[in-house]
Design a protein around this ligand. Structure first.
Ligand code: GUE
Length: 290
């Protein structure tokens, strides 16, 4: 018998609400003669990336944000890509620049990310913006970590004084979300592939942020009763029938975790849509600063 009482942190609904709220700010920009514009740079043919990019562009349009698409072939050189970024940096009509990751093999990702004008770095991946976050003076904060914090706020549980566990230490999610949790006065542990006893860490955590990209790796039985679970993983399982589409699951086993947790994000419909809403909010912020 399931006695699931977990509050479902509905990222899809919340992101709709946030994008709706952006419309007014976009209008205020437009009245000053500034139409917020996001340039999206997509290198190569990764089908999943194409889906994300399309979804971003559709939602941008809903908020009244313009988008400029730059598709480049997978064999593009780092130099050519740097040239495109220099043009976008210099273009006053462009307020935000997003270079879709991962970049194809052979492109120097660090050089590319560092080349984006930090004032247009709506992904928050430029070393300046990562540094400002570390200093507690954030300018652009990476979108997925921001989305996680927004969903955590939605749970009604304050991170202050709580034990927070971040599983994963990537530059785009794990590290920045750990930093945001520290700034929210949580006691933060970062677990990763070399962590000796992940189960023991999870069992102690009042807040779990899972960002490893391994389908259902955290069983619900590990979740401390009353914890808040923020699941960043978006993993597509092998389809049950050939030709069918596999199911999307998170890094946490949702059904069993929902029986333990006070609040939990679903996959899909949790962190993913919030990432896009936060990206668009960053674009509007960049345009407002002009
Ligand atoms: N520079 C850069 N910035 C990014 O923010 C970035 C990136 N590169 N590369 C790829 C990842 C992935 N990403 C997602 C955003 C939303 C959903 C999303 O909304 N997913 C839906 C499900 C979509 C589906 O059905 O496939 C959901 O979770 O409900 C997923 C993935 C942003 N990324």
């Amino acid at each position: 018998m399931s006695d699931s009482t977990a509050k479902i942190l509905d990222g899809k609904a919340l992101s709709k609400h946030l994008i709706g709220e952006l419309k007014e700010r976009v209008l205020a920009c437009v009245e000053r003669g500034v139409t917020p514009c996001l340039a999206v740079v997509l290198v190569g043919e990764d089908p999943a990336s194409k889906v994300y990019v399309r979804s971003k562009e559709r939602k941008a349009a809903k908020a009244g944000i313009a988008t400029k698409d730059h598709r480049m072939s997978a064999d593009t050189s780092t130099e050519t890509l740097l040239g495109v970024i220099a043009e976008l940096n210099a273009d006053p009509a462009v307020h935000g620049i997003l270079v879709q990751l991962p970049l194809p093999e052979g492109i120097d990702e660090q050089r590319v990310l560092a080349a984006v004008d930090p004032a247009k770095d709506v992904d928050g991946f430029h070393p300046d913006n990562l540094g400002l976050l570390m200093l507690g003076r954030p300018r652009f904060v990476a979108c997925t970590p921001q989305g996680c914090m927004r969903l955590l706020a939605e749970s009604g549980v304050s991170p202050e004084g709580k034990r927070a566990l971040v599983i994963g230490r990537s530059t785009i999610v794990g590290k920045p979300v750990a930093q945001l949790l520290v700034q929210a006065n949580a006691t933060v542990t970062v677990a990763h592939s070399r962590t000796r006893d992940l189960e023991a860490e999870v069992r102690q955590a009042d807040i779990v942020v899972a960002a490893v990209g391994r389908p259902e790796m955290v069983p619900g039985a590990w979740i401390k009763p009353g914890a808040v679970v923020i699941d960043v993983g978006i993993n597509r399982l092998e389809p049950e029938q050939p030709g069918a589409k596999g199911r999307l699951v998170g890094d946490v086993h949702y059904a069993s975790a929902a029986e333990q947790a006070a609040a939990i994000t679903p996959v899909p419909g949790g962190v993913g849509p919030m990432t896009i809403a936060c990206l668009l909010a960053n674009v509007v912020e960049a345009a407002e600063r002009v």
